[in-house]
Design a protein around this ligand. Structure first.
Ligand code: RIB
Length: 330
């Protein structure tokens, strides 16, 4: 692999001249520039990212830790993150924890050893980044996405789940449904807690009673939608409509309806949350709450780069507004 010194010797110039041509950070006469560019081509030279990072003390690399990825929501957010990194000249190192706390801590250490310029964390389940990490690495630029267990310690970007859940429940109320149930997310997840509050607030505002056992427990996984929907169907008074706190559980609920010879949208109205890509292709297509997933990813990268350049700014708390997508399941 040719080095800058090889280029300098080949073009009979100094290595600093080669550096100025590569970085285009100082005037170099056209004649000399042409000699250097010819040498680069002839020797098939590729600038060393490691050398560049040693000089600039930046690696132009961002680390991202995701708690789960079998749910399309996360992969669609990562799509926005990676696209934004590419457009802004950064590489992304994506780490998966699958809820394993030690694995998360190991990833953080490895990312720090790789000198990532900043860290994006999308820990939407019980395994969040421990506060100690923020205290141990106070200079590490971190943006928490989607979930904000430590509001005020670092920049956070999240969905307005209280509003989104109110929107979903009010839509069912406007369809004149009275027996409205929900399938919740993990009880220790702030987004799930806010959605439950939004569901309860909307029913209370409309003077609609919440039937006993109409808050079926889910955990955002597909399978929990299957089980929770069956619990609702086994009740003496079955619901007319069900608000699933994410689309993955709505897909599970669809399967249970099918297994019971029932149809979503016809026998029981179903509304989901996230608006993942597949929602529009379900039968019937899923009415849901659209989370701006790619925008979440893009905003997270921009917020992180702003933090890297402005480390002393106070933490930013950004909230994204979800929207109702009416299809045919409710
Ligand atoms: O579908 C996964 C859910 O977990 C999403 O609604 C997202 O908000 C995260 O909290």
């Amino acid at each position: 692999m040719a080095t800058m010194k090889d280029i300098a010797n080949f073009a009979k110039v100094s290595t600093s001249t080669v550096s100025h041509v590569i970085n285009n950070d100082r005037y170099v006469s056209p004649t000399v520039r042409e000699k250097v560019e010819l040498a680069i081509k002839q020797l098939n030279y590729t600038p060393s990212a490691i050398a560049r990072s040693l000089k600039s003390n930046k690696t132009f690399t961002i680390g991202m830790i995701v708690t789960t990825s079998n749910n399309p929501f996360f992969s669609e957010v990562v799509l926005g993150v990676e696209r934004s990194c590419y457009e802004l000249g950064y590489n992304l190192i994506l780490c998966q924890t699958e809820g394993d706390h030690q694995r998360m801590l190991d990833h953080i250490e490895h990312l720090l050893q790789k000198r990532v310029d900043g860290l994006l964390a999308m820990c939407s389940e019980t395994q969040s980044i421990p506060k100690q990490i923020f205290l141990k690495y106070p200079k590490l630029a971190i943006v928490m996405m989607d979930w904000t267990p430590f509001s005020g310690i670092c920049d956070t970007i999240k969905d307005n789940s209280l509003y989104g859940a109110t929107l979903a429940t009010n839509y069912l109320i406007e369809q004149n449904y009275k027996r409205i149930a929900c399938i919740t997310g993990p009880s220790n997840n702030t987004q799930a807690q806010l959605r439950l509050q939004g569901y309860r607030n909307a029913l209370k505002a409309a003077n609609i009673a919440i039937f006993a056992d109409y808050e079926a427990h889910g955990n955002f996984q597909f399978s929990s939608g299957v089980v929770a929907m069956q619990q609702l169907l086994d009740l003496p008074i079955t619901p007319e409509a069900v608000f699933c706190f994410n689309d993955a559980m709505a897909i599970g609920a669809y399967q249970t309806l099918y297994q019971n010879g029932l149809e979503a949208g016809k026998d029981i109205a179903i509304i989901g949350y996230d608006d993942i890509e597949i929602a529009q292709y379900m039968t019937p297509s899923l009415t849901t709450i659209h989370q701006p997933k790619e925008e979440l990813g893009q905003l997270a990268v921009e917020t992180l780069l702003n933090r890297i350049q402005n480390p002393k700014e106070l933490p930013h708390m950004l909230t994204l507004t979800p929207t109702l997508v009416k299809r045919f399941s409710a």
